[in-house]
Design a protein around this ligand. Structure first.
Ligand code: SF4
Ligand code: SF4
Length: 682
């Protein structure tokens, strides 16, 4: 009889294994349609990331519900381990499995965790179905997986409890409160009834398990397998240096940027499968929250993934590796017999799948990536699409056209004459590079700090502070050019690379080693992107530098409390905060101003809300949804401050515009950079 059941089990297990393998292999083959990528270097760092992000759940654990997820994750691991003795002992009851099947401490730990998982799943159900945050969708897939796991836990408890009732002297189960309780509940039943429960529930449990096995690769829960790989293969570059360098000289490259799903690398496509649809990315996305058509969760887990699966399946059907020019003839043949398949193969990512409004809505604020627990990278994918539009089709808004032209003609997006770049410093007696021997620091002023009237005030304040502290610094004057940051994020890699080449030649020619800048966008590009082009510099933000000057006593401040503004609410810029993880220096600097009371907005530090200017949005009209800068101003004014503290020229412009747009009062709230307060104290 046992042999018959063993054969039945083997048949079912083989069927489930086959179903799993077929579905899994299909997904893997679809993934491998993506372009080549080799994310294998530095395995030590990769394993560290894996341990931190997956095993220790470092991102999840920061949130209140993240603790529940932590226990669900580890409980799930132990439940899976517990399946080994449970299944094997069901098949071969006379052979207890060493350690896992005989160790009472293992069962104790497993069942404490399983009980926590059970409670966690109930909390999860309540969260998703009753008090649902907007980022969680009510889907049958989400419900089914909870049901599966709950049934797996319950049936294991019941079957093993019945077994314990049959073998009350078993040491293995003696410490386990769950098995003991179930055994106590069943203790009045006859032996045959207990055997019936033990075996019947074992079969029910095993059937659920095998169905679950087949279900995983056929559902969004494939993320259980894909997420650990994604954490391992994720980019090791700093967040601000992850945009891929295009080899514009390579004549073999047919197109720059991405217009077909297989143009993404397999590693980029893996993100679609790794997404657990938790919605953390959309929860702080300024584009999504301001009502624009971009929702980073939808983009990965629906739009791109569904298209990848649909197109990947058709490509496999016809054995196509790509759908570019080289396959045009094959697709034309397919069209003759199967026009629907050909239509899918011809779909372009841009407009057929992702609308232009979606891809231009992104401010590159990086909130999505910083919040994502499985290391998904949204921003690169969006920039790849923009690159195709801009470099291959020349398709971009008239505002961007004008701004690119301004940079081409005058090396700055404002379009002011290049030779006026150092007008702001006319009365400050600052030496130009080349006039001073052995200057220690280059003050890279940036386009905003040179041409925008408001940002020029910050540049002047910073220069005065440097002079008061006797910092040995110079500026490039009219030789300075736009760093190219905006051009790259707006998709214009040609313009970006030509600016970088000119700047690197200039900076290296002057043997520049240390750069200070007031603009976090310049900072990020010079620090994280220029090294790939031969520019290696130590780049410091002015708030970091001045904070250090004050802390070290090199800059003495008057201790008279400022009359106003005293109540300052602080806004973290994306490019200094999330991109550089610098949250402390600007706060400390504001706090060094006597009388200043610094306040936090509800969204601060790595959850700070973008001002709306990044990713080229500074230079584009905002036609869709609410204005992002107005939303940020509203969040700031909710704290009733006298001023909003900022550290980025783009943010200052956006916040000041937002204040003017939304407030009627004569007494408008100011926006201040800490340097503007510090300079009053020297
Ligand atoms: S970078 Fe910012 S704006 Fe762009 S998708 Fe991510 S969260 Fe949204
Ligand atoms: S992309 Fe990341 S943060 Fe967004 S839903 Fe998927 S797993 Fe969650």
């Amino acid at each position: 009889m046992r042999l018959t059941w063993l054969i039945v089990f083997l048949v079912l297990a083989c069927a489930a294994g086959y179903g799993f393998t077929i579905a899994f292999r299909k997904k893997l083959n679809i993934l491998l349609l993506g372009a080549k990528d080799e994310p294998f270097a530095q395995p030590g760092v990769r394993w560290k990331n894996f341990v931190s992000k997956i095993l220790l759940q470092s991102k999840m654990i920061k949130e209140p519900y993240g603790v529940v997820h932590f226990f669900i994750f580890w409980g799930f691991i132990f439940i899976c381990l517990g399946e080994i003795p449970f299944i094997l002992e069901g098949l071969f009851p006379q052979y207890p499995i060493p350690f896992l099947g005989t160790n009472p401490y293992f069962f104790l730990v497993k069942d404490v965790l399983a009980a926590l998982v059970f409670v966690g799943l109930i909390v999860g159900l309540i969260r998703r179905w009753i008090v649902r945050p907007q980022r969680l969708y009510r889907t049958m897939e989400a419900f089914l997986v909870v049901l599966f796991i709950m049934l797996v836990i319950l049936t294991e408890w019941i079957s093993t409890g019945a077994k314990y009732a049959l073998e009350p002297h078993s040491v293995a189960y003696s410490l386990d409160p769950v098995y003991r309780s179930v055994a106590a509940l069943l203790s009045g039943l006859s032996e045959s009834a207990l055997v019936g429960i033990r075996d019947g529930v074992w079969w029910f449990h095993t059937a659920i398990l095998l169905i679950f096995l087949v279900y995983i690769p056929n559902s969004k829960h494939l993320h259980l397998i894909a997420a650990p790989f994604n954490a391992y293969f994720g980019s090791l570059k700093p967040l601000g240096g992850q945009i891929k360098k295009l080899d514009l000289e390579d004549e073999m490259v047919e197109e720059f940027g991405v217009s077909r799903i297989e143009g993404y690398t397999w590693n980029q496509l893996l993100d679609c499968f790794a997404c657990g649809e938790c919605g953390r990315c959309m929860d702080n996305c300024p584009a999504n929250l301001s009502g624009k058509p971009l929702n980073p969760k939808e983009l990965l887990s629906r739009t791109l993934k569904h298209h990848l699966l649909a197109k990947g399946e058709v490509m496999q059907k016809y054995g196509l590796k790509s759908t570019g020019e080289e396959s045009a003839e094959a697709i034309a043949e397919i069209a003759a017999t199967n026009p629907e398949d050909a239509a899918i193969l011809r779909q372009s990512l841009i407009n057929d799948v992702v609308t232009e409004d979606v891809l231009w809505s992104c401010t590159t604020c990086m909130s999505c990536q910083v919040q994502c627990p499985v290391s998904n990278e949204h921003v690169n994918k969006i920039i790849d699409l923009r690159r195709y539009l801009v470099t291959m089709e020349g398709n971009f808004s008239p505002e961007l056209q004008a701004t690119f032209r301004n940079i081409e003609n005058n090396s700055n997006p404002w379009g002011v004459g290049w030779n006026k770049r150092d007008e702001w410093a006319a009365e400050l007696n600052i030496k130009r590079m080349g006039e001073a021997e052995n200057a220690e620091y280059l003050f890279f002023v940036g386009c905003a700090g040179s041409f925008d009237n408001r940002a020029r005030q910050v540049s002047a304040a910073v220069a005065r502070i440097f002079q008061a502290a006797r910092v040995n610094f110079v500026i490039l004057g009219a030789e300075e050019k736009c760093c190219g940051e905006f051009a790259r994020r707006a998709g214009n890699e040609y313009l970006y690379q030509s600016l970088v080449a000119e700047n690197v030649e200039l900076l290296n020619g002057y043997n520049v080693k240390k750069i200070i800048t007031t603009c976090p966008h310049c900072l990020n590009t010079l620090r994280n992107e220029y090294p790939e082009f031969g520019g290696h510099y130590e780049v410091i933000h002015h708030t970091q530098f001045i904070n250090e000057l004050v802390s070290s006593g090199k800059l003495k401040l008057k201790q008279d409390p400022v009359s106003e503004p005293q109540k300052i609410v602080y806004h973290d810029s994306c490019y200094l905060g999330r991109y550089q993880q610098e949250y402390t220096a600007p706060r400390e600097l504001f706090s060094k101003v006597p009388g200043v009371q610094l306040m936090e907005m509800d969204r601060h530090h790595d959850k700070s809300f973008c001002c709306g200017a990044g990713g080229g949005r500074m230079w584009m009209e905002e036609h869709l949804g609410e204005r992002i800068n107005d939303m940020r101003v509203e969040q700031a004014l909710a704290k009733k401050p006298q001023a909003i503290g900022a550290n980025c020229p783009y943010c200052i412009t956006m916040l000041e515009d937002g204040i003017k747009e939304t407030q009627d009062s004569e007494q408008l709230v100011q926006v201040v950079d800490p340097a503007e307060l510090i300079v009053k104290l020297i």
